[in-house]
Every structure is written in C-alpha cells, then in structure tokens.
Design a protein around this ligand. Structure first.
Ligand SMILES: Cc1cc2nc3c(=O)[nH]c(=O)nc-3n(C[C@H](O)[C@H](O)[C@H](O)COP(=O)(O)OP(=O)(O)OC[C@H]3O[C@@H](n4cnc5c(N)ncnc54)[C@H](O)[C@@H]3O)c2cc1C
Ligand code: FES
Ligand code: FES
Length: 1334
C-alpha cells in the first residue's frame, strides 16, 4: 500500500496542510481553535442543531462535477476532508470586504436576534443557492430543516430566503386556482390600507443582487490534484487512534482484513455521536475516500443497485429521478423510501450520512431499514476472500451471526428490487416533531397479491422504534397469506401483530401504549391505502372505502408559509432622521450574519489558560460516602480538582450551595470541578473521578410526591378577593378539575459560557460571561473570593440567548470558575456542553393546577378556588417569586369577583428550576384558560363565549386591587376575532370535522393581559452612561444585556432621538459592571423600558448642558459643539438614572400595585390533527397586540413571534423526560424537540393596535419580551378543540384528562377508537415505567 500522511484541504480559499493531524479532531474545534474562524458555532455537538453548518465542496474527476453540500462541522472528522474545499461563514462574506447578499438579507429582514444560529442559517442557505440560485420555497424550507433557532420563530428567516426564490412573496399554494397574492387574508380582497399603517419591515429594492459569478471558486489546485495525482491511501496517527483512508476497493479490503474490528466511517453520523456521547473509542478507523465501486448507480434487470457510499441526499436525488422515469408499479419501494428520506434528519445529516452506514449501523429507529427489508433488498458484500450477497432481512437487522457481515467484509452496494404489478409498498412514521426527529415508531409494509384477485400472496411488515432492533412481524404475515384483503383480515392482522410485536410496559423510550397504538394504526392506514389503489385498479371487484375514512389517507402536508404584518407608521410630522418607531435592523445583524459577532467562547485563548469541567452527581438523593480523585489528578495536564472543602465557608451564596458537601439532592448537582490545560484533558480526568454514594430516602421527584411528603420551599402564598365561600353557595354549578403542565428547557443556542481572567494585580478579576445579571455574577464571585466588589469586573458583550436561564446557575458556575482562576492565578474558561447544560441548569417549573369553579348556567364565573403547585427542584432559586408572579398573573384577562388562590413551590430531588420567559404566567394562565374551557363545556357554550363573558371590561380592579383599564384588551379581542374571521372559519372547521373522521380541525382564540413590572421600585432602577467625544461621536453604556431582543439597538435609537444625532454616530460596546454599577437583572420584558429611560435621562442632561453651545452655532456639527464644550470646560459625559416604576405588594393583605402597566393581546390559531397518528399541523395564527407606541416594530414583532413559537413548543412539543431515579434523559436536540421550521403556522398574521399614550413609559412603548409565550397556548386549545370534535364523534362522554404539552402521544391516545381499545394495557403498579412525569 502506497501511503501518505499529509492532509490537504482548503478553507475559504486558503490551503491548509496538516502533517501531524490527530484523527480524533473534528472540523468544528479545528476551525474555531486552530484557524480562529469562530463564526461557526457549537450548539450541540451531535448534528442536531445546525449551528455548526459549513459547506463542503468536492470534485469528482470521473463526472467532472463539483458537489457542494452542507455539513455539520461538529461531526466531520478533519481527516475525512482531504482534497475538499470547506467554506465557512467567514468565506461567504465579511463586513471588511463584501457582505454576501444572504448575509445582508437575513440581517435586514430581521432574521437574526441573538445571532447564535445565524451563521448556520447563512451556510445552509448559501449551499442551497450554490446549487440552486433560484430555489423554490420547498427547497428553501427543506434546506433550513436541520437548523434550529430559539429566538426568531423562523418567519423572518424564511422571508429573507424567499427574496431569492423564483416567486418571492407567493405562498405557491394556488388553492382553488387562486394565488395568495390575488386574495386577501381571509380569501376576500383586502381593503386598501391608509398610510397610517405599514406591512413591510424591509425594502427589497436596496438589497444587493445575487451574483453567482462572485462566489469563491473551487480551488483549481484540488481539481488538478484529483485529475492528475494518483490517489494514495492516507494514514494519520494520533495518541489513541489511527485513521486509514484507502482510495481503492482493493486497499479498502486489505485494510479491513488487517483491522477487522475497525469501523468503516463514511458520514460519521453514527460512529461520531457514539464516540462523543458514549465514550466509545476505536483505535483504528477505516474511512474510504471516493471509491468508485461504493458510489455506483446501476439499473439491473431486477432492480436498482446503489453504492453503499452514496449519501442519503444523493440516494434521494437518484430515487426522485427514477420515479419520474419508470412506471409507477415498478417504483413502489422507491416512492416509499423517498417519503422517509424527505423527513429523515436535516439536509446536513442527509448529505453526510451514507446508505451503507445507515444500513450497517442498524439503529433501532432507522427509517430506511424496515422499508429495505420489506422490499427484499440484497446486500452486495466484498472481502479479500471474494464477494457474496446476503439478504437485508430480519436476521441481518437483528445481527444474527450467520446473517451479518463478517468482520472483514465491506458493504459495497445494495440492490433494491423493482416492485411488481399488484405489489404495494408503504412507509409510515410518527415522531415528536414533523421533521428532523427520530421516529417514535416507523414501519415499512409490503403486500403482493400475485394477480388482481385481492388474495394476499406475500406480506411483509417491519417496525422500528419498538424494540432494540428493527422488528419483523413475520409470523403474523405468514398467517395472513391466502387471506382476502378485507376488514376481517385487518382485524386479525391487528391482533396478530399486537401479539407478536409486544412491548413491555417498562420499554425504553416510554410512550408504550402510544407505540402499541401506532403499530396497528399504521397497519390500518396501509390497509386503506392498498384498498384504495385496488379499487382504482379494479373498481368492479373491490369494495369502496367509506367516504369519511378517506381522510386517514392524507399526510398532513404543510402549505407554504406566508405572512402579513401590520403596524402603525410613525407620525408623518416626525423628523425623518428620528429613528424612534421605525423598523431599524438589529445593529449586530450584519455581524451575526458574517460570524463577526464575538460571543464568550469566541474570545481568543489567554496565555496559560485552563479549562474547567464539572463533575456532577449521578444520584438524586444520596450521601457522598467517598470521593477518589487520585486517578483523575494523575492524568497529564490536570492542574487541580476543586471540591467544597476548598471553598470552605464561601460554599454558598444566598442559600444556593455551590459544590455538594456530603449529601447530594439531585442528579446534575455540582460535586467538584476539574481544571486542566485543555478541554480534552479536563474531560478525560472528570470521567475518572470516582464517587461512592449511598442512596437516601425519600426520593421526591414529582409534585404529587412532594405534596404527599409535605416537601415545600418556603411558605405558601395566597391571593384572595371577594367572598369565595359565600359565592359558591349561590352559583348554578360547581366543577372541580386539575391540569398538569410539564417544564421547559431554555435551550438558548449558546450554552453557559465564561472566561475568568485574573489581572495579576491587586487580586483583580475580569469575568467575561454569557449572563443576564452581571451584577449578580460580580456579587457571587466577590463573596466566594471574599473580595470587595470593586476588584471583580464582569463584562458582557452579547448573549446567545438566555430566556431567564443565565442568572442564578450562571452565578454558581462563575463563582467556582473564578475561585479556580484566582487560586491558580491563571485564566480559566468554562463552557458547558449541551448535555451538561441541560442536565445542570434546570428550566421552567412544571406546574399542577387544581381548581374548583362556581358558575352560572350563562357562563358567568362567580367563584374560583385554585391551588398552584410548582416543581421547584432542590433549591429555592427563584421559585418563591415565581409562585408570587404566577398568582398575580393567573387572572389573565378575566374578572373573577370571588377568588382564592394558593401557590406553593415544591422541593424535589430535581435540578433547581428557575426563571424562563413569562415567569410563571405561561403556567398559571394555562390553568385558568383550561378552567374556562371546562366551564364552557358544562354550560354548552363555546370557550370564546365564556371568555368574552368573563373578560375585564373598561375600568376595573384586579384581585390585588390594582386598577386597570381593559378597553384595549377588548379592542385586541374584537380585532382578533374579526381579523381571523373567527365565526366564518368556525363554521368551516365544523363542516370539515363532520366530513372527515380521521382528520379533525380545531380553532381557538385566547386573550392576553400580561402585567409588566418587577415587583419593587429598587428592582426597576436603571442607569446609563453617555460620553460624547471630541470628534462628535457618542458612546452609550447602560445596564441592560443584549441577548437578542435588540435592547442595544433600541438604546441607540433613544440616544439618536435625544441627541438628534444619526444612529451611525452612536456606538455601544457592551455591558460592564465597570461602566454602569449595581445593575438589575435583565429580564421581565422591561430591559429597554428601564434602561431606555436612563439613557434618555443621560442624553437630556447632556443636551441641557450643551444647549447654549448648540444655540450659538445651530448650523454646526457635533464635532464643532463637542470641541466648543471642551473649550468651555463643559463635561461631555453624563450619567442617566431611572429610579424604577412605583411598585408595591403587601402579601399579608393581598393588595398592592405591583405592576406599571399591562400588555394586551389576543391570538387565534387553527390546527389540523391526524387522529390516527397524533400528528398535527399549524395552519394559521392571527395575533393582535397592543404594544403602545412601538420604539422599533421590527424588533417588537420579532419578540412577539419568537415568544409565540417558544410557547407553541412549550404547550405542544417540548417534553423533558426523567427516569424513576431522577435522571434527565433528554439532554440534547436529538431527544428534546424545540419547534423547527416545519412547525410554524403556514399562515401568520400579526397586527398592532393603533398607538396609545402611556405617559410613564419610554415614549409610551410597552415591553414585549415575554407575553407572546402565553399566546402559544392558542395552538394548545386549538388542538384541544380538534380532539374534542374527534371524541364527540366517537361518542366518548368520559372527561379527558388534559395536560401540557399536547404531544402526538396525547393527541392520539385521546382520540380513542377501536385501535386504542385493541391494545393491551398494563396494570398500573405492575411494572416500573421508563420515565415519570414530574
Ligand atoms: C442528528 C441526527 C439525526 C438523525 N435522524 C435520523 C432520522 O430521522 N431517521 C433515521 O433513520 N436516521 C437518523 N439518523 C441516523 C442516520 O441516518 C445514521 O447515523 C446514518 O445513516 C449513518 O450513516 P453514516 O455514513 O454516517 O455512518 P457512519 O457513522 O460513518 O458508520 C456507521 C456504521 O456503519 C458501518 N459502515 C458504514 N459503511 C459501511 C460499509 N460500506 N461497509 C461496512 N460497514 C459500513 C461502520 O462500520 C459503522 O459501524 C440521524 C442521525 C443524526 C446524527
Ligand atoms: S453543533 Fe453541530 S449540529 Fe449542533
Ligand atoms: S437568533 Fe436564532 S437562536 Fe438566537
């Protein structure tokens, strides 16, 4: 074997040669640390988020074609890149040279908030445009399917992408033959808008044109290399691993002969995650490089032969062509494969993963293997000894020794037979999310009738997700051969299959009854599909399907996205240069899009920097018996392991412990911190810390456990008004109920990150940290180190998403990191991996709401008694204040004249839960809305009628006796009803439901009254510092943190208005305790409100001082005035201050004025559910908001829709799963699903009420950061509405125990039918379930 050990590839047009490459290195850390290209971000490390997307280009000397494809850098070994060209976001464009049109448009269309996902989005779009300069909308949404964004709600990103599409702006649906552009929102022509409102947030005419000739060319050197240089097998050796890249089949077979245990790495999407997350180490890896035989595509007489090395995306393209070319009857299998390939993972994974890798890795939830097996595919194998074929069958899938590849064999290609006449193949899957999510259950089914007699000759059914491998229902199929295809056969088939594919109650992954139901629901669907085709082929002999059954046959396809926005224009008298009220782009937008924005971990390494890694408890409640650090400490590069002992009396802050002492109270509790020269060394050492635990009792995980054990954090809180007991005596009806609501992970895209740098003098420390509370970090670090706060400075430039999760836990992490840095006098960096972050940091509190409601038959609620219980986790954190806020906000938009509400935070053995956008309101608001729907159902009224009846009207008082004026609430409600054409659509939905048995639509509208205030005057104080320099430029600093919401942009708008200075003249560097001390935490929707008033104050102070100078020279420039002020010894620097909104709350009396104002709104959503699978799609949402006088409509719309989508995730999709021992299973995007691009409503309409005056706030604006989350529950109630329609049709009278989130599992199991009745049920208590709902 002729070998080379030099790795050569290009990055952004620059040649990279590596002579001693470590094969364990992935492209992402290589780009970020070695090449210092930090635009490519780490979000999960497992291919699930798309933050690390790059474009890889490869030249094929045989076809002379260049293939450009998107890839996840986190799973791309650099050794696999020889001869390729990598393009990162920095190579696409830069503000220093030329911004690429994609970067410009994503920024100008407001498609970026925190910006952390933006480089990945840019790269996915860029790769799309390199392949399709004028893509269709389908191609666009498909290209972005593997990229997650937690901030924007995706709509503006799609809008940016649409500007490149052929038919930009059009929904492309052409329903009823009418294009969306020709019809109004409700199918009626829209009225001409007056010039008081606007519907666009950007102007397309100013965009740079896309000019493909300007793109980086494929490096000619690589082309020449591919053409001229005979390829050589390359071998790279590292400390622990050797990488062999054979370039011919012969060499590959030799290598496999020599190293039979070595995996054959193709896309590394299966081997990579195993090595990373399961610690599997392969001493040798064989990675074939462009071997022709592995990339074949051949038509043989019996079928299509596809090379094992083809990527899944290439397979998709080939199959798409083949189904066009061949008659339908030959392509049944190909069509079924295509269906799955379109939803399997995202584009990046599909382009990396190979067909062979997919088949051979035999994941239990593989989408393709069940289909390939039912289709009787053959695997063509080669080894040094020769070639042979084996069937891809059940034995192969369960790795039976006789049916598997031998260790020296390679899978060269796969033969996929053509289907025959009277043969039908179908694919089914249901996942938590509609795309880019592993299936909960999937299936491949095939039937062959021989001839058109409807008698089964062959039947093959395989399932994925229901066992440790793909399972074949072989015996059942055998028994059905010879049976006619009719309902009797179906019934027998269901019973046989349920018997054969049995799942125990404790089966891993949970959702057991759902899985059992899906197994036969898919079978039913297959039965219907085939029956329909048979009927079409032979109408005389095949029975027709019942009309209302046909609805089972359609997949829930999403329509193309389209949107309308409507917001008030600024007053025409406003000066053109005054930016307040205008949709200004996020000022970091371009930097986000070019990857130039610097986040914490993008900062270069400091000399002698150390890395800190936490060791966390693996037990939920246990005594630490012993801790052995010796092996970890003996590893090279390990500097120290910090334990509680070293922290002594500073091991806690405000009652929050830092490191565990002798007892642990949750899995994920910080036990000790390993510090080493590098991240890899720290990680390896952390794995070697040996802790012996002794489990303790009780183990309290759920709210119910906590209530039973009376395990609470702090006293209960109570809110009472009127006389509830008396009111219960006079009401017509009384109803009791409860609802459980699961928690939520923040899933900020940038994980917890910090860098602590000791200054080497006077014990000073600089802390660069991704936090919402720099002062909190300063305080906790100063306390831990026993230093005065003036020695500890905390700096935050920007935060890659926070949502409430970067306060208390960040403080604890920072305190330990700072302790280590100070102890060793060296900089220490601590960046949590996604899994660690999810495990350690807690999230939104799960809630249990119990209620007793008294009401009149006309729907008036006169008495309401409620109990709220939150799952607070193991420490107090913010649980008390959250319970308080939950109580104060629980009334939402309703006047409850007689109310008693108790709130209690439960102490459990879970990581401490903390604040998350909405802070208690999304939970308590849902409980109240559920109560309303229950009352409606009892009264025989619609929920919207009961909502209207009980809504605040005009001037009124809240339960805590704060006055409110609900006029604008009513206005939002009415406008939302009107804009959504609620009554019209209600009738359409009802009609649809009558006509369709298996699909139901649901429609719901919810009002919103979101109180704004932080609970006390002092917590609302804010400060700012404004300097004007002698060249006339201004620098603004304030106490707010930029975490995507655009507060810095708004502050510059404020400074620009007040100083009458162009925005381009004003700069903002970031937030620091050095410039603005004693800041409050950024959160609670008020960051711009409060800091804006401080900036305004500072600017006004400056203007007052400078007024005489400006008046003296009104035509002068800022440079002239600054110089004149300097000459006259007038200070050009001013501090601004706002003391906080008046606020008080007396919990003893249950009275106060805790809030400054209310944000009002309403949202109406329509969904369609699939009763057979539990799937749902979001059809349309209309949102009307009262935002006061928006300072920046683009940013405000961004907050509303981003929060709405986050809320939608909360209420319908995001599910945290804990084991019965309290271990969090869901530790990354592959297990925990946040909304992706496929989930957003196909139609979204957002409009603002006309401006209103609100004298106390900043230019009469309102804070909008959080309120939209609650509006997500309109989707929840729309699903509820659809499920109720299904239940009514099925004659189900039993109440349905509703809980949140309404996942496919819950939807399916609520739509009870003969299939849910058929499945075996386990006796509760007869098994230990895989997970417990907490
Ligand atoms: C984020 C993410 C999402 C995913 N979503 C889905 C999904 O929705 N549905 C789904 O079905 N799957 C999904 N997958 C799984 C994915 O399809 C597989 O990981 C992938 O197909 C494996 O292909 P690969 O080329 O990357 O394999 P590799 O990791 O390179 O190799 C996998 C295994 O196959 C063996 N192998 C590879 N090629 C050969 C060969 N020619 N001969 C012999 N042995 C060989 C290797 O030895 C190795 O053991 C997902 C994976 C990720 C990371
Ligand atoms: S970091 Fe690579 S996909 Fe998430
Ligand atoms: S802007 Fe997409 S994650 Fe923040």
């Amino acid at each position: 074997m002729d070998r080379a050990s030099e790795l050569l590839f290009f990055v952004n047009g620059r040649k990279v040669i590596e002579k001693n490459v470590d094969p364990e290195t992935m492209l992402l850390p290589y780009l970020r640390k070695k090449l210092r290209l930090t635009g490519t971000k780490y979000g999960c490390g497992g291919g699930g988020c798309g933050a690390c997307t790059v474009m890889i280009s490869q030249y094929n000397s045989r076809t002379k074609k260049i293939r450009h494809y998107p890839a996840n850098a986190c799973l791309t070994p650099i050794c696999s890149l020889h001869g390729t060209a990598v393009t990162t976001v920095e190579g696409v464009g830069s503000s220093k040279t030329r911004i690429h049109p994609i970067q410009e448009r994503i920024a100008k269309c407001h498609g970026t908030q925190c910006g952390f996902c933006t480089p990945g989005m840019v790269m996915s779009m860029y790769t799309l445009l390199r392949n399709h300069p004028e893509p269709t909308l389908d191609q666009l949404t498909d290209a972005l399917g593997g990229n997650l964004c937690r901030c924007t709600g995706y709509r503006p990103i799609i809008e940016a992408g649409k500007t490149f599409c052929k038919t930009s702006g059009c929904c492309q649906s052409k329903e009823n033959g009418v294009c969306c552009l020709d019809q109004g929102v409700n199918g009626l022509p829209e009225l001409e808008e007056d010039n008081k409102t606007s519907s666009v947030l950007f102007s397309e005419v100013e965009f740079l044109p896309l000019d493909p000739t300007q793109e980086l060319i494929f490096p000619p050197e690589l082309k020449i290399m591919a053409e001229k240089q005979p390829p050589k097998t390359r071998v790279f050796s590292g400390d622990r691993m050797m990488w062999i890249s054979p370039v011919t089949l012969k060499e590959l077979l030799e290598a496999k002969f020599k190293y039979p245990q070595a995996p054959v790495v193709m896309g590394n999407t299966s081997v990579g995650p195993e090595m990373k997350f399961k610690g599997v180490l392969h001493p040798v890896i064989i990675s074939p490089d462009r071997i022709e035989e592995l990339n074949v595509r051949k038509h043989a007489c019996n079928g299509l032969t596809l090379g094992a090395g083809l990527s899944l995306a290439q397979v998709e393209d080939i199959l798409a062509e083949v189904v066009q070319e061949l008659p339908e009857e030959k392509t049944q299998t190909y069509r079924a494969l295509l269906k799955h390939l379109r939803t399997l993972a995202g584009q990046q994974i599909r382009n990396m993963a190979s067909l062979g890798g997919h088949i051979v890795s035999r994941h239990l939830d593989s989408d393709l293997n069940p289909l390939l097996a039912v289709a009787n595919c053959t695997l063509n194998l080669r080894s040094k000894e020769g070639e042979r074929q084996i069937p891809l069958n059940e034995q192969f899938l369960s790795k039976c020794p006789g049916a598997d590849l031998k260790s020296q064999e390679i899978l060269v290609s796969v033969n996929i037979p053509y289907s025959r006449k009277w043969e039908f193949v179908s694919a089914f899957r249901q996942a938590q999310r509609r795309q880019n999510a592993l299936a909960i259950v999937n299936s491949g089914m095939r039937v062959f009738f021989g001839e058109g007699d409807g008698i089964i000759k062959e039947l093959s059914i395989l399932y994925g997700g229901v066992g440790s491998t793909t399972i074949c229902a072989k015996n059942s199929c055998q028994k059905l051969i010879g049976r006619p295809w009719n309902e009797e056969m179906l019934d027998t088939a269901c019973r046989l299959v349920l018997d054969e594919v049995s799942l125990p109650g404790w089966a891993p992954g949970g959702k057991v009854e759902f899985k059992r139901t899906l197994i036969i629901s898919f079978l039913f669907r297959f039965y219907l599909e085939v029956s329909q085709i048979l009927k079409r082929m032979d109408p005389a002999h095949c029975p027709s399907l019942a009309d209302n059954y046909e609805s089972a046959l359609e997949d829930l396809h999403s329509r193309h996205h389209w949107q309308t926005l409507n917001y008030p224009n600024v007053n025409p008298r406003q000066l053109p240069q005054d930016p307040i009220g205008r949709p200004m782009m996020h000022l970091s937008g371009i930097k986000h899009a070019t990857g130039e924005a610097v986040y914490c971990d993008d900062m270069p390494a400091v000399d002698q920097e150390l890395f800190l890694m936490f060791v966390t408890s693996s037990r939920a409640h246990a005594k630490i018996v012993s801790m052995d650090l010796s092996e970890a400490l003996s590893l090279p590069g390990v500097v120290d392991i910090v334990t509680a002992e070293q922290l002594k009396d500073t091991n806690s802050f405000a009652e929050e412990p830092l490191l565990a002492t002798d007892e642990v109270f949750c899995v994920g509790q910080l036990v000790c911190a390993v510090v080493a020269d590098s991240e890899i060394q720290a990680r390896r050492a952390a794995e070697r810390v040996k802790i012996v635990y002794q489990d303790l009792k009780p183990l309290i995980l759920t709210i119910e456990d906590a209530i039973q054990h009376k395990s609470f954090l702090e006293q209960e809180r109570k809110l009472e008004c009127g006389n509830v007991d008396e009111a219960f005596k006079v009401v017509d009806q009384i109803l009791e109920g409860e609802i459980h609501m699961g928690g939520q992970e923040h899933f900020y895209m940038e994980t917890q990150s910090m860098l602590v740098v000791p200054k080497g003098e006077d014990q000073e420390l600089d802390i660069y940290v991704s936090t919402q509370g720099p002062r909190y970090i300063q305080d906790i670090v100063a306390s831990t180190l026993k230093l005065p706060a003036n020695k500890v400075m905390c700096h935050v430039r920007r935060v890659g998403g926070a949502f409430g999760g970067k306060i208390v836990k960040t403080g604890i992490l920072a305190a330990i990191t700072a302790f280590t840095a100070s102890k060793h006098g060296r900089a220490v960096r601590c960046i949590l991996e996604r899994g660690e972050d999810m495990l350690i940091t807690g999230g939104r509190h799960p809630y249990l709401g119990k209620f007793k409601v008294g009401f009149m038959n006309d729907g008036r609620i006169l008495a309401l008694e409620m109990e709220h219980y939150s799952n607070g986790g193991s420490t107090l954190d913010e649980s008390l204040i959250l319970i308080e806020m939950g109580l104060l906000k629980m009334d939402n938009a309703y006047k409850f004249p007689n109310l008693r509400c108790l709130g209690r935070a439960c102490r459990t053995n879970l990581p401490s839960n903390t604040s998350l956008r909405g802070f208690g309101f999304p939970q308590t608001g849902l409980i109240t809305e559920f109560c309303i729907t229950e009352v409606a159902s009892k009264c025989g009224l619609s929920p919207e009628q009961v909502r209207t009846i009980n809504m605040y009207k005009g001037l009124d008082q809240t339960p805590y006796k704060q006055e409110i004026n609900a006029t604008r609430l009513i206005q939002c409600w009415r406008e939302c009803l009107a804009k959504s054409s609620f009554s019209l659509r209600r009738a359409t939905v009802d009609k649809f439901n009558i006509e369709n048995y298996w699909k139901k639509k649901g429609l719901a509208i919810v009002p919103l009254k979101f109180p704004i205030g932080v609970g006390s005057v002092s917590m609302g104080q804010a400060a700012a510092l404004v300097h004007i320099y002698l060249d006339g430029s201004a620098l603004v600093t304030h106490g707010g943190i930029e975490m995507g919401q655009g507060v810095h942009t708004k502050m510059i708008q404020v400074a620009s208005r007040e100083l009458k200075m162009p925005m381009s003249n004003v700069h903002l560097r970031g937030t620091s305790t050095e410039t603005v001390p004693n800041t409050n935490i950024s959160g609670g929707s008020v960051v711009a409100d409060l800091n804006g008033l401080a900036v305004k104050d500072a600017c006004q102070a400056l203007m007052k001082r400078l007024e005489p100078i400006i008046n003296k020279n009104p035509g002068g420039t800022w440079k002239d005035w600054a110089q004149a002020a300097f000459d006259e010894s007038i200070s050009l620097s001013a501090v601004g201050y706002f003391r906080g909104y008046e606020s008080n709350m007396d919990w003893e009396k249950g009275e106060g004025h805790p809030f400054e104002y209310y944000v009002y709104g309403a949202a109406c959503s329509e969904v369609e559910i699939d009763c057979l699978t539990g799937d749902h799609k979001n059809i349309r949402t209309d949102i009307v908001m009262d935002v006061g006088n928006s300072i920046n409509p683009a940013l405000d719309i961004g907050q509303i829709e981003g929060a709405f989508v986050q809320g939608m995730g909360l209420y319908t999709m995001e599910e945290l799963k804990y084991s019965p021992q309290g271990v969090l299973y869901t530790r990354g995007p592959n297990q925990y699903k946040i909304p992706a691009i496929c989930d957003i409503p196909a139609e979204l309409h957002i409009s603002f009420l006309p401006p209103s005056e609100n004298s106390n706030t900043l230019y009469s604006s309102k804070g909008l950061g959080e309120s939209g989350v609650f509006l997500g529950c309109s989707v929840f109630f729309a699903i509820h509405d659809a499920v109720i329609a299904a239940r009514q049709e099925r004659g189900l009278r039993r109440p349905w125990q509703l809980s949140s989130p309404l996942t496919p599992e819950k939807i399916r199991m609520a739509c009870e039918d003969k299939f849910t009745k058929m499945i075996p049920r386990d006796e509760p208590g007869s098994y230990v379930p895989w997970n417990v709902p907490v």
